[in-house]
Ligand binder design. Structure first.
Ligand code: PEP
Length: 250
């Protein structure tokens, strides 16, 4: 079995400056070698670095995405925000939506649904994050929460061609704590079932995100339902990101 077509999404969160762009040099080199050519590597830097990264990765196997957008499709008087078509217009192809750190800042399921629709209209590929908080998990509400996030987030969306779902338990993000294999399989299978119920939802792939690093990646890649990873903290240093990518290939 080979898994050399996996997704690796580098979520830089609110980190990085123009000097950070250099850190993609070795990743670019890696994508040129045959073994890694089929990998889908997507850098999601802050808005301020999108243009520089898009230019740097032009004509390469690396794609670039944003970390959020405003829910309005059109231009308008929304100081401090950008919409999906502005992101597409500068050459990005992906967007992370529904991330728990954006949910904390006010993105609820309904708003995320508007954002997904506007991103799809703008022809962006959406990486839609779902996952339970520690409080949800401890009160046995994981399935209930994920079900609502998926069903409201994807309401009235019929075309899933450009949607990827990422399971990111909030309590695992940035904590170094990972769900057990059993827990991961259970929750990802649950997401799979919810997606399969939707017309055209069967082909949607599911990623995992939360404290992925070069030590735990080998075990994570053994879980066949996981088709790739969102890597936050560990993607900020090219060496760590490359280690993760290399160790993921069987
Ligand atoms: C994330 O923010 O999407 C993430 C997975 O973060 P980390 O890898 O740092 O837990």
């Amino acid at each position: 079995m080979t898994n050399n077509n996996m997704y690796f999404v580098a979520n830089w969160k609110m980190f990085g400056n123009l000097r950070s762009i250099k850190s993609t040099n070795n990743v670019l080199k890696l994508t040129k070698s045959k073994k890694f050519q089929k990998l889908r590597i997507i850098y999601c830097p802050p808005y301020t670095l999108l243009d520089a990264l898009i230019k740097k990765t032009k004509n390469s196997k690396i794609s670039v995405g944003a970390q959020n957008c405003h829910y309005k499709s059109d231009y308008g008087a929304y100081t401090g925000f950008v919409n999906a078509k502005m992101i597409k217009n500068i050459g990005a192809n992906y967007i992370i939506l529904g991330h728990s750190e954006a949910r904390i800042e006010g993105d609820d399921d309904k708003k995320i649904n508007f954002k997904i629709k506007s991103a799809l209209d703008a022809k962006l590929k959406v990486i839609f994050c779902v996952g339970e908080s520690l409080k949800n998990k401890n009160s046995n509400k994981t399935s209930q929460v994920i079900k609502k996030q998926i069903n409201v987030g994807l309401k009235k969306i019929n075309n899933y061609k450009n949607i990827i779902v990422a399971y990111e338990p909030v309590w695992s993000i940035g904590t170094g704590i990972l769900p057990s294999k059993i827990e991961l399989e259970k929750n990802i299978n649950f997401i799979r079932k919810l997606l399969n119920k939707k017309k055209n939802g069967k082909k949607v792939i599911i990623l995992y995100g939360g404290s992925v690093n070069s030590y735990n990646i080998k075990n994570l890649t053994k879980i066949s339902q996981i088709k790739g990873f969102i890597v936050g903290g560990a993607s900020l240093k090219a060496k760590n990101f490359i280690d993760i990518i290399k160790k993921s290939i069987i």
